[in-house]
Write a new protein. Structure first.
Length: 134
């Protein structure tokens, strides 16, 4: 079995018994799993931010029952309200910064790095970010 197949099987599979699978791999394969999983997390975060932003722009009845799409996300996942709100805020902020949004969507920026761009460039966003995160 090729190293790419092993890495893909571990990353695409369930986390149940993943430690047992990793124990059988060579260190170079485990390193590849860590890097591939990290890239997959960035990809999934970009999808989540885009989906939450779409819900913020076009909410349905379930989302409207909450005080914002961030709170809806927190209520339906294991996120805290602050994390859900951060994701919703980032989605809205990225609309005004297509260059940063493109880098984030490509997996070249983490959530924190993507959030830092609009916050640094927009004084009102900087005030709101400080108020929410301090």
């Amino acid at each position: 079995m090729s190293i790419d197949t092993v890495v893909a099987d571990v990353v695409a599979g369930s986390a149940v018994n993943v430690r047992g699978m990793l124990w059988r791999l060579r260190p170079c394969e485990v390193r590849d799993v860590a890097v591939t999983a990290s890239a997959e997390i960035l990809r999934l975060e970009a999808i989540r931010v885009a989906a939450v932003d779409q819900l913020a722009r076009h909410p349905d009845e379930q989302v409207l029952c909450y005080r914002g799409v961030g709170r809806w996300l927190a209520a339906n996942t294991m996120l805290q309200n602050a994390a859900g709100n951060k994701i919703a805020t980032l989605g809205a902020a990225l609309r005004a910064f297509p260059d940063i949004a493109a880098q984030f969507d490509a997996g070249d920026l983490t959530v924190d790095h993507a959030a830092a761009g609009p916050v640094r460039r927009n004084p009102r966003a900087r005030r709101n970010y400080r108020h929410r995160h301090c």
